[in-house]
Every structure is written in C-alpha cells, then in structure tokens.
Design a binder for this molecule. Sequence first.
Ligand SMILES: NC(=O)c1ccc[n+]([C@@H]2O[C@H](COP(=O)([O-])OP(=O)(O)OC[C@H]3O[C@@H](n4cnc5c(N)ncnc54)[C@H](O)[C@@H]3O)[C@@H](O)[C@H]2O)c1
Length: 435
Amino acid sequence: MSKKGKASKASGKLGILLPGMGAVATTVIAGVFAVNKGLSSPVGSLTQMGRIRIGKRTEDNQPLIKDLVPVQNIKKVVFGGWDVYKDNMYEAATNAEVLEPSLLKKLKPQLSKIKPMKAVFDRKYAQRLDGKHIKKGKNKMALAKALMKDIENFKKENKCDRLVMVWCGSTEIYIEESSVHKNIKSFEKGLVENHKDIPPSMIYAYAAIKMGVPYANGAPNLSCDVPALIQLAKETDTPIMGKDFKTGQTLMKTILAPGLKARALGVEGWFSTNILGNRDGEVLDDPANFKTKEVSKLGVLEQILEPEKNPELYANLYHKVRINYYPPRGDAKEGWDNIDIRGWLNYPMQIKIDFLCRDSILAAPIVLDLALFLDLAKRANMSGIQEWLGFYLKSPQAPKGVKPIHDIFKQQIKLENTLRHIAGETLLDHLGLDY
Ligand SMILES: NC(=O)c1ccc[n+]([C@@H]2O[C@H](COP(=O)([O-])OP(=O)(O)OC[C@H]3O[C@@H](n4cnc5c(N)ncnc54)[C@H](O)[C@@H]3O)[C@@H](O)[C@H]2O)c1
C-alpha cells in the first residue's frame, strides 16, 4: 500500500462500470435506483446501513460508516458497462428474474436508458455464451485500447468526476499464472501477440488499471491478481482487489468455521452441494469453468482451520464442493452443507445447513460496497491490493508471501480499523476498559 492518509471529499459524480451486465449487475443497478426513489432499503450494504464504533467504550459512539468516512452518495452514482448481449438493463433485469416485475416496471425509464457497450469476449473462455454484441480488434492490445476509449467517452458523456470498475462477467475457464503475467512488459507483449493466458477479464482489468480506475474482480478467475497487473496498479496509483464475491455457502462457511475452531472442536468432513438455475449456473456446468470456482471455494476451510498447526482436530478433514445446474430454481439457489464434527473424547456429531438463498440479492450489496470503498481508497491515496476488502471475497488477494485471511471476524476487524485509519480515529485493539 502506498502513502495512506485521510480521504479527500467525494465531490461530483462517480461512474460505476460493470463488465458483465447479467443478474448481479442488474440487481445492483435496479437496487440503487429503487433505494434512491425511496421504494426499498439497501439491506446488506455496510456503506449504506453499517455502523462502526469509534472512541472509548464508555462513549458508546457508533456513527454510520458513511458519516465517518466520505463515501460517495449513491444519489450521485451513474452506471455503465459491457455485455455480449445487447439487452438494456430493463430487459436484462427482466430476463434475470431476480427482482419482482412490479418493481422493475417502476424503474423502467431509468433502466432502459442503460445499454451495454460492445464486449471484449472470446468463447474459448466461456463456451456456454453465444452473444454477438462483441468488439473486433486486430489483437488483444487493440481491444484494450478500444475499452480505454469507451471508458473515456463514458466519463465525458456522463460528466463523471471519478470511475471504478467491478467485473460482474461470467466465470472464465481455469488459467494458471504463467510467464506472460510476470511483469508489465511481458503482459503488454502478450496483449499484442494475443497470448492465450490473457482472458477477456484481464483485458478489462488492464484497461481500467492503466487509466487509474480502481478495479475489483467479482468472479473466481485469474484477473487482477497477477504480478503484471499488481505492478501496474502501483505505478498508476490504483486500488485493486479480487476475487469472487463471498455470498451464500462460503459466507456461511467463513462465519461457522472460525466458531468451531475457536472452541477447539474437530472437523472431519465438510460436504457442500448447491443447486442453481441461472446463467451463472449454466456457465459453471462446464467443467473448465467449474474448476475455477472449485479452487476458489476449496481454499477457505484450510486457511481457517489450519490442519498443519492443529493435526489432532483437522488433519483428516475431507472437504468437497459440488455445484449442480438445475434450471427450475433460477437465481434462488439452494446450498446444503453436511458437517461432521467431533467433540469431547472424539464423540461424533453432525451439523446440517440448508440455505435457501438468493444469489444476486446477496451479491448486489457487495458490488456496491466494493465500488464505493475502492473509490474511497483512491481518494485516500491507497494503491495496489486492498486487503481490507477481503471481507467481501471468497479468494481474497493478499500481498506476496502472506496467506490470505478468510475468517470473516478477522476480516471485519481489518476492514473497520482501515476505516478508522482513513477517518484519523484511534484503531481499536480491544485491550483494557477504554477499548
Ligand atoms: N451471485 C453470486 O452470489 C456470485 C457470487 C460469487 C461470484 N459471482 C460471480 O459473479 C459473476 C456474475 O454472476 P451473475 O449471476 O450476474 O451471472 P450472469 O450470467 O447473469 O451475468 C454475467 C454476464 O456477463 C456477461 N459476460 C460474460 N463474459 C463477458 C465479457 N467478456 N464481457 C462482457 N460481458 C461478459 C454475460 O453475457 C452475462 O450477461 C459470475 O462470474 C459469478 O460466478 C456471483
């Protein structure tokens, strides 16, 4: 992280750019419009509803986060983005079937005005999509330049003071870090030579970071988490963070597992299975795309339980994650967990969780918070990996040589202390009566 400090005021308009304008993107856009019209409330968003304690415990001072630090007012936010399908945001939100048609009708004039720009896309990275609303370019560098032009035009046309970008596109196939990602030079050469290890999401990330636009990755695929783009983020003073929104099952896992570990309870097995029927589920039905998600979901428990440090409790942990595409469910996912635990004298017990969740309803406030906090970070002169935003992600990026933190309570402490730091308040260490 570069020079930190108090953030400058959130003046003027903020543009939130979303590559991938499907279920999650339309739910956040329609949601912000609905909240701004007073039709509903932004439940699940810390920037809108969360409070934070500052000062001594005896003072009982808990302002809203948005009153403590200068986050952008959502009345002064505009949305734009790209998709491989042409549908405007009213049509896309209607197709996604997340929000009630009656609510969408009330927002139709505003939603219909937002039309996706032509996407940078290649079916090699997401076979199940066949949209035709796609840019042409002689190589990946030309496509990156076309995106930069879009970004510039969007900023001018919408009179934005600042921009942020959050990838809400489909999960791309699994790619391992390779030599093309090593540094900016090799990466730019790879763009010109159409290197296969540079997927579309990385082209968007490059375009944003090159222009100093903060970038977050909501999907599990490799994107802004390669050395070249981390280096570029430092050079252009850009905050970045990836990856994979922490919503349904993994959210529950990172709430429950720290509690079991805190009480020194053993865990023998954790079997997680999901059924979902939205487009995300369809893309993840392809084994190459599922592999990306699986890797992201599996890392969580090992890091929290640390079997190598606690072999008696967790050495035999068997962790399995399945995702099944089941169209009748649409966006209303069902996530089952069976957890085999052990107590006093190794007596076995079981926990069952059946989470009837709504994927995009859980993801939308994360997109909003990531966008507003990344913009805050930029104004606080914080560049590079924003570890404090790991709170929102399944595979949080961490600086080289450091293990990412998955425990949601540790992530929360880090997030809150970063906000106190930005506000110039004393950090809480929970020692003594004062704190
Ligand atoms: N909803 C959740 O709980 C959740 C949690 C974690 C991660 N995610 C991830 O968020 C992403 C979005 O989820 P969703 O439910 O909105 O999916 P979705 O399929 O409804 O929307 C994704 C959109 O991205 C578009 N797209 C794909 N590649 C693109 C490209 N190169 N450029 C522009 N657009 C492109 C698709 O056409 C589609 O409209 C997925 O990667 C998903 O895995 C979602």
